[in-house]
Design a binder for this molecule. Sequence first.
Ligand SMILES: O=C(O)CCC(=O)C(=O)O
Length: 329
Amino acid sequence: MWVWTFMWPKYSGSPDLCALLSCSKVTSVSNVLKNFEAIPSFAAPSGGRLSDSMVAEFEEAGVLVLRDFVSTKACDALRARAAELVAEFDPSDVRSVFSTTEQTQLDDDYFIESGDKIRFFLESDAFADDGNLRQEKEHCLNKMGHAMHDLDPVFDGFSRNPDLAEVAKRVGFTDPVILQSMYIFKPPNIGGEVVCHQDSTYIYTEPESCVGFWFALEDATLENGCMQFIPGGHKMPLKQRNYRGSDGKLVTETLDDSPWPEENKLPAEAPAGTLVIFDGRSPHLSAANRSSKSRHAYTLHVIDGGCHYPASNWLQRSEDLPLRGFAEG
Ligand SMILES: O=C(O)CCC(=O)C(=O)O
């Protein structure tokens, strides 16, 4: 595959975002982890117009929950479209699994080439010993990614909700572009654990600008493996960098091997329609789903188009599919 690497100039803009996301990083864990009792949570403001206090809470905690950001109807429509795409997918074509606990995944070309495609990734427990899927196809998928927002009209429409453009502006973006989309199935019984990580490890810009926009399409609870965050942890250093090595294979370099202060993690239980936004350095995880309920979610990772995007990042796109922001149709 011909790979286009971004030709962005060295960082020249977005001073607000720089101040918000990068320049204020401090290193002492005890200085940054305050006694958060809960993750800041609000009813979604009209038109995505975050108030100054919402923005201040986002800056402090690195994560913000906005309830009822999208309608149940919109969530159901996205789930229905995902189900159509899943119906067209033949699992015997691919046995690729996605697991942040398995290095083997990182060597998988199927994953590395998925930045400008719609591809399916199975759960590591998808197959029974006899080689057959353990449960129905949709309930064996870990995720679908990473360019539905640019390749599928229904996903495009959901992703380019004008309220999101306003949220992005209010958290400091001057030129937000949607780098990747993921539909996360977190299926019943076998939904895999996502270990604690920072998204800027994988979605790295100079300066760092990644922000995650995570939508609950079904109720996410502790029982079915909701997202959990270490509030304030976004002020800690970046612990790992993942990149393409000289042989083209992905490596994850550890920059700081101190353990995550997981005793400070808090759940972000989220009824369907909730949007959770989080800083690219915000440490987060989700436990395995051993319940009988799935936990579908859709997530967008947004970076600032003014920042430098290294050619060594795993996600590279063809020049036929340039990055777009929220507002363009
Ligand atoms: O949905 C999950 O459980 C994990 C999602 C995640 O880590 C992300 O969107 O960055």
